[in-house]
Structure formats: structure tokens, C-alpha cells
Design a binder for this molecule. Structure first.
Ligand SMILES: [Zn+2]
Length: 352
């Protein structure tokens, strides 16, 4: 099947190929790459899925695994990546697989696939999620908008009401409110607004954490496998860059201690919550280095180069999430400008 036909299959299928492009990027540059995953689970029928960017299907993960197996790359643990970077061992390209947040579907769907392939991977755990205290506010926002055709809230001191009966209205409203919340000067305000909104519309904000995140026994099950590295992802999943020096440091340091107390192993690797430049910058990179983490990852997109040996707590990653905005990469592919990726694309087709 040609690439064009594949892409016009539309919907979820085209997202697979979006991911395929990203999967192939590490083969084309640098000494290696770290891939980011959030949810791995079967597709859901709901039309309104604004957080779909955070999930791929088990089927797609299986295809990525097959692709990696056929490629001339080593899938390695974070410790091994650290060794290669610090010792300058770049004989073969490497790929690290990383899962953020500690979702239950990492254990249920991703783990069996990676275990069968004997591929190491890392899970960065936000400890409040495992402690059942996490507020997955972005899912609460999604639920409020999904279940109502009109939503009211106070924005900048004014009562505002939004129609959200149609799918297009829901999508537009989610985008607007999500980014308005993310732009709040601090996460206290963000959480207050989200909590109030959820309460007003009878959405149980705590349920998302209980339903979707692993508890400690589940994390321990993963941690018992030598293939798995458990990393830290802060306590409360806040925008670290908006916190005071002391609070940002405590979020990182405390999460490491909580994981050590729960699992008996002290995490050596960190993932910054959100991980974009507005959430983690030079101050956070310095804190992670000062606290002695071997590596720390952002969500800034990119592959790993030799020079990253000098900035081990500010590593870029490549997201394999089903993010619609990445469809632009597919368009780049279709322009024919990325021949190497095109070739890799065909390999993925063959592997499917
Ligand atoms: Zn996260």
C-alpha cells in the first residue's frame, strides 16, 4: 500500500502514520533518541477526545516494536544510555522508551508487548497519582465539556458562558480553556478553577486518578522486572517553573524519596511534568543535576546528539503520541523532501 493511500485511510489510521514518521526520525539523526509515550490502549469510540494526543494503540506500539527490531538501533535502558553518553560509546544508535505519569495501561497493554520483545523501558511516576491524590485536571475539563452543552465559569473576574453542544464547539472550548488554565500565573489558581468547574458539573476529579493510574502494588509489579526503570516525575505534576526555588526542588526531591520508600530503589532518572520550555528551564535542569539525577528528560522535541553528554538533565524526546498537530509532519513527508524517512515508512508497512 502506498503512503498516500495509507494516509487517506483517515482518523486513527492516519495517526498511526503520524507516529510512524516520528518513530523513524531517530534513525535519521544524532546518536540516538528517547521516545515518549503516555497512554497505550485500544481506541475508544467517543468523537470528542481532546486528549487523544496522549495515547496510541497497542497495535501501533507493536508496529513500532517491530520497526525498532528491524532497524539498526539498540533499544536500551536509561542507565545504558547514560553510560554511552558519558563514555562516548556511539558505535550503534540507541533508542530509549519512556512512559510518563504511571498509567495503568502501561502495565496492562504496553508491558506485555515490550516484555515479549525483551525491550527495556522506563516509567516516570508522579507520586501523588500512585498515592491516589492526583488531580488529572485536563481529564476533568474534558469530561465537563463532553457531558454538557453549555458551560459557565468565572474568567478574569467575569462570569462567562460557553455553548458547547456540537463537536466543533467542544473542541474549540477545550482548546481555549486548556491553554487559559495553563497560562495561569500559578498552579494553585489552575487547580482551583478546575476543581470548582468539576464540582459544579458533578465530575469527580479524583476518579480519573483512581481509574487510570497505577497504585504502588502495580508499580512494584513493573519495578520487579529488570527490563523496567522507575523514574521520578515530581509529586503533584505541577508546572515547576512557576514554583519558588524551594518548592520546585521539593517537588523533585520528595518524589524520589517517596518512590524509594515505596519500592526500595532510589530513582536515578527524572522527567519534568509537562516538560515544555514554560514548565522546565535552566533552573529546573540545575536542580536535577544538583540532586544527583543521572538524566532528566523534557518534552522538547529532538534526537540525542553527542553534545547532550554535557547537558544530561535537559534531554529532548520524541513523542509518539497521536497528536493531531503532528499531521503536519505527514504533510512534510508527502512533499517528498524526507527520503530517508520515506524509506523507513515503507519498512513499517512491510512489518505490519
Ligand atoms: Zn506527565
Amino acid at each position: 500500500m502506498g503512503l498516500k493511500q495509507a494516509v487517506i485511510r483517515g482518523g486513527l489510521e492516519s495517526l498511526y502514520f503520524t507516529g510512524a514518521h516520528l518513530a523513524l526520525k531517530p534513525l535519521c539523526g544524532g546518536v540516538g533518541a528517547i521516545l515518549t509515550f503516555h497512554h497505550v490502549r485500544p481506541p475508544r469510540p467517543d468523537r470528542f477526545q481532546p486528549n487523544h494526543l496522549l495515547e496510541i494503540t497497542p497495535r501501533f506500539l507493536t508496529r513500532v516494536v517491530k520497526l525498532l527490531r528491524r532497524s539498526r538501533v539498540d533499544v536500551v535502558s536509561l542507565d545504558e544510555m547514560h553510560r554511552r553518553l558519558t563514555e562516548g560509546d556511539f558505535k550503534r544508535r540507541f533508542v530509549c522508551l519512556t512512559f510518563d505519569d504511571g498509567y495503568r495501561d502501561t502495565l496492562k497493554y504496553a508491558y506485555p508487548i515490550l516484555k515479549a520483545a525483551e525491550m527495556p523501558f522506563a516509567v516516570y511516576v508522579a507520586t501523588s497519582f500512585a498515592d491516589r491524590l492526583g488531580e488529572l485536571w485536563w481529564l476533568a475539563l474534558e469530561a465537563v465539556i463532553a457531558r454538557n452543552s453549555r458551560v459557565g465559569l468565572v474568567i478574569d473576574g467575569k462570569n462567562r458562558a460557553f455553548d458547547c453542544g456540537s463537536l466543533a464547539e467542544k473542541q474549540a472550548l477545550y482548546e481555549e480553556l486548556y491553554w487559559w488554565l495553563r497560562r495561569r500565573p500559578n498552579d494553585t489558581e489552575l487547580r482551583d478553577v478546575a476543581r470548582n468547574l468539576a464540582a459544579c458539573y458533578s465530575v469527580d476529579i479524583g476518579a480519573f486518578c483512581r481509574d487510570q493510574c497505577m497504585d504502588w502494588p502495580e508499580i512494584a509489579q513493573l519495578a520487579a522486572d529488570p527490563l523496567v526503570t522507575i523514574g521520578a516525575h515530581s509529586v503533584n505534576h505541577l508546572t515547576l517553573a512557576k514554583l519558588s526555588d524551594k518548592a520546585a526542588r521539593a517537588e523533585i526531591d520528595l518524589s524520589r524519596s517517596v518512590i524509594e520508600a515505596a519500592l526500595g530503589t532510589r530513582p536515578q532518572h527524572l522527567s519534568y511534568p509537562f516538560g515544555d520550555p514554560a514548565s522546565a528551564g535552566p533552573r529546573e535542569f540545575a536542580i536535577a543535576a544538583d540532586l544527583g539525577f543521572k538524566t532528566a528528560v523534557t518534552t522538547r522535541p529532538g534526537v540525542i546528539f553527542r553534545s547532550h553528554a554535557g547537558q544530561l538533565t535537559a534531554l529532548p524526546r520524541i513523542s509518539l503520541n497521536g497528536d493531531y498537530q503532528h499531521l503536519r509532519y505527514v504533510r512534510v513527508l508527502l512533499s517528498g523532501s524526507a527520503t530517508a524517512i520515506w524509506n523507513g515508512f515503507r519498512r513499517l508497512e512491510a512489518a505490519a
